[in-house]
Design a protein around this ligand. Structure first.
Ligand code: TYC
Length: 113
């Protein structure tokens, strides 16, 4: 008995009386992403920072030089966005490499908004 328009009751997704489609899309949870950031300091040589960006973040020399200059001028820059595990690994690799070369370079991670 759904032929009479007066008897047509809307489903949750089809608001046929107002003409509005209110699709109820099932929300798939995406894992959080983490920004890895490099911080400026007065002592780490520019060339060392460039090497770090090439070695651990797969940048070309030109890309690495540009990002290094951004950190130098602005105080910090995001150098990549990764899963929690990869971000932690990158931070640890950079911090260990800097420590072994006795440079005070700092690398941190922060959850993306
Ligand atoms: N400020 C440093 C210098 O003048 C260069 C530098 C750049 C250091 C980026 C750290 O994350 C950094 N030698």
């Amino acid at each position: 008995m759904r032929l009479d328009p007066q008897m047509m009751s809307d489903t949750p997704e089809d608001d046929s009386e107002t003409g509005l489609m209110t699709k109820t899309k099932p929300k798939t949870q995406r894992p959080p992403r983490y920004k890895v950031m490099l911080l400026n300091d007065d002592y780490t040589p520019m060339e060392f920072v460039v090497m770090v960006l090439e070695r651990f973040f797969g940048m070309t020399h030109a890309q690495a030089f540009e990002i290094m200059l951004t950190v130098h001028k602005k105080g910090l820059a995001v150098v990549g966005v990764f899963s929690h595990e990869i971000a932690e690994t990158k931070v640890a690799q950079v911090m260990d490499f800097a420590r072994r070369h006795q440079h005070p370079l700092q690398c941190t991670m922060e959850k993306e908004d």
